[in-house]
Design a protein around this ligand. Structure first.
Ligand code: NDP
Ligand code: OXD
Length: 309
């Protein structure tokens, strides 16, 4: 089997090492601009259009991430009829669970405020939040959203979730579709965004929607920066409708020097590390899926381009 590889921002040597271990019997090559030789599969992250345009020889394109917004932006440059396959968890679920649990607990237990008091050398007691008032709402109940919900459930917070199609998850009040969004937002003291970035979800966290959150709400965005209208979030933090935010993703990455988020102490920032793509786990998952496809078996993770995820 011939496989072409390209990962923008990744080290090809490290990837080739993991891929060769998982797919020892295959011929894997790093794609370069004039490489038009036949290939059976492509393994990519943010590939250039020239890599995939017209490649009807491919049987599948593996995306080295859960989010497919970058690859779907290639539009007509993607070869018609060739499935795009996203990573299903591949070690990202546990990382998301860790990240979001930490952010929820840090805010709930007021450790953000205690850090400020420690910096001011003040020994002071802060009134704890009531857990029964502290509902956590998760936007997106897919592979990663459900993993987050499972982790948060252990701490006993009231849980809400929102998805496109109706879900039934024990211990979670589930809302669906545009009709369910307002009630979901009104019920979410902490809002976690883990949606895919699509035409329908782009800019979904704008002023009007953020204002539907209860006063004093807290935002955790681990999905894509373009879900949030950044100026609206900043204004609502300054107006104290939103108490603060933990943001892993931004409209522009790296977050530019001088961006107002850097100087807002109520906004915690991480550089898109909530869930890293793990090379060995990802390579193993891709190898298993190639084997299944070669045997004519169904696989999970095939992207529906018409939905955008
Ligand atoms: P999934 O495709 O498994 O889940 C997506 C969820 O979002 C589903 O529950 C889906 O609803 C819901 N959804 C999609 N569109 C809408 C809509 N219009 N209205 C309501 N709900 C909607 O994705 P994953 O959980 O695997 O990943 C989610 C995202 O996380 C990725 O797309 C990526 O952008 C981001 N990510 C960020 C990382 C980071 O490090 N910061 C790392 C990995 C991923 P339904 O169930 O009905 O289909
Ligand atoms: C992903 C990401 O989508 O790393 O997997 O953001």
């Amino acid at each position: 089997m011939k496989i072409i590889f390209h990962a923008t921002g990744g080290n090809p040597d490290h990837w080739l090492h993991s891929l060769n271990l998982a797919l020892p019997q295959h011929d894997i090559r790093v794609w370069h601009e004039d490489d038009t030789a036949l290939a059976d599969y492509a393994i990519v992250w943010k590939p250039p259009a020239a890599m995939l345009a017209g490649r009807s020889d491919l049987k599948g394109i593996f995306n080295l991430g859960a989010g497919v917004d970058a690859i779907l932006q290639l539009g007509d440059a993607l070869p018609a009829g060739v499935p795009v396959i996203r990573l299903d968890d591949a070690g990202m679920g546990i990382q998301m669970a860790e990240y979001v649990s930490h952010a929820v607990l840090r805010y709930f237990r007021r450790f953000d405020r205690y850090d400020q008091l420690r910096d001011a050398q003040q020994w002071r007691f802060l009134k704890p939040f009531e857990k029964s008032d502290f509902s956590v709402g998760v936007l997106g109940l897919g592979v990663l959203g459900q993993r987050i919900v499972d982790a948060i459930a252990h701490f006993g917070f009231p849980l809400h979730g929102w998805s496109r199609t109706q879900k039934h998850i024990s211990g979670v009040t589930c809302y669906a579709g545009t009709d369910g969004l307002d009630a979901f937002l009104q019920a979410s003291r902490v809002l976690v965004c883990i949606l895919p970035l699509t035409e329908d979800t782009q800019g979904i966290l704008h002023r009007e929607n953020l204002q539907k959150l209860p006063k004093g709400a807290y935002l955790i965005n681990v999905a894509r920066g373009a879900h949030v209208v950044e100026e609206d979030l900043l204004a609502l933090v300054r107006e104290e409708h939103i108490a603060g935010a933990t943001l892993d993703v931004f409209q522009q990455e790296p977050l530019p020097a001088g961006h107002a988020f850097w100087s807002e102490p109520r906004i915690s920032i991480t550089p898109h590390i909530a869930a890293l793509t793990l090379r060995d786990e990802s390579a193993r998952q891709i190898a298993d899926k190639i084997q299944a496809l070669q045997q004519g078996q169904a696989i999970s993770g095939i992207v529906d381009a018409s939905r955008g995820y």
